[in-house]
Design a protein around this ligand. Structure first.
Ligand code: NAP
Length: 243
């Protein structure tokens, strides 16, 4: 029985966790929560200054700095270099959170700028495959590798004007599900989270007229990420929504 004043158990103690899109929104909230749960964080996004602010928060929580790796996920070679750097420093990866995403433009398919199409496909879909390609040996080197990818309702439900975002999330979901089947007989577990409406800059971009106060915060949905990142997680190939 835990004693009334005992420190609650940290569910990710000592685990090495890579979070993409950690500079703001859901990724930043997950990074802070994982730090509270005892993980060492490797954080990526393009915006160094924002990553440093998250690192300040993490140092206040843990007293230890995170490992910050500013990069553009559209630069696939940078993903390979990240894999090599994690191998050099830690020799394994316990948790991969493929969270970074772009909305692109909401417009009819016929009107989407090809450059926007390529950018959203690169970040939302191809970069997550490149992360799998680079991190798979590291996840298998962990005694309990966990991969979590962040999808959206429109990954499975066609919605007019959400074309590139929807197509990219559908591709991400299939990539994650194929990977889940491939690792079935290993200790690695792979799952998807559909966060639902969450108060972030992406949500504000998609729904500019909405009062943000009516949408739940990123901090309120981090529990499911911890559930799927834990060594104790047995789920594989699931697509889950926070309660
Ligand atoms: P957000 O606040 O816009 O954050 C997006 C993150 O992705 C930022 O950290 C951004 O960092 C990073 N990113 C974007 N392009 C990048 C690139 N080229 N290279 C590296 N990093 C890049 O959005 P969010 O709402 O937290 O979204 C997080 C995930 O949740 C996304 O996959 C999104 O599709 C999904 N989602 C969100 C909602 C919602 O209601 N918010 C609902 C369903 C699904 P930099 O700009 O610093 O690079």
């Amino acid at each position: 029985m835990p004693q009334p004043n005992s420190t609650p158990e940290k569910r990710l103690e000592g685990r090495i966790a890579l979070v993409t899109g950690a500079s703001r929104g859901i990724g930043a909230a997950v990074a802070r929560r994982f730090a509270e749960e005892g993980a060492h964080l490797v954080l990526t996004a393009r915006t160094s200054a924002a990553l440093e602010e998250i690192d300040d928060d993490i140092q206040k929580i843990t007293g230890e700095p995170a490992t910050l790796v500013p990069l553009d996920l559209g630069d696939f070679d940078a993903i390979d270099r990240l894999g090599a750097a994690i191998f050099e420093r830690f020799g394994k990866l316990d948790v991969l959170v493929g969270n970074a995403g772009q909305l692109g433009t909401l417009s009819p398919l016929a009107h989407i700028d090809p450059k926007v199409w390529d950018s959203v496909m690169a970040v939302n879909a191809t970069a997550n495959w490149r992360l799998i390609r680079s991190m798979d040996p590291l996840l298998r080197s962990s005694d309990s590798g966990r991969a979590i990818f962040v999808t959206s309702t429109v990954g499975q439900e066609a919605r007019a004007y959400w074309g590139i975002y929807a197509v990219s999330k559908a591709a991400l979901e299939m990539t994650a599900m194929v990977y889940a089947h491939e690792v079935e007989k290993t200790p690695v577990r792979v799952n998807l989270i559909n966060p639902g409406p969450t108060r972030t800059s992406m949500r504000a971009q998609a729904f500019p007229g909405e009062d943000p106060e009516t949408v739940r915060t990123p901090d309120s949905i981090t529990g499911l990420f911890v559930d799927l990142a834990e060594a104790a997680c047995t789920m594989n190939g699931e697509r889950l929504k926070p309660e």
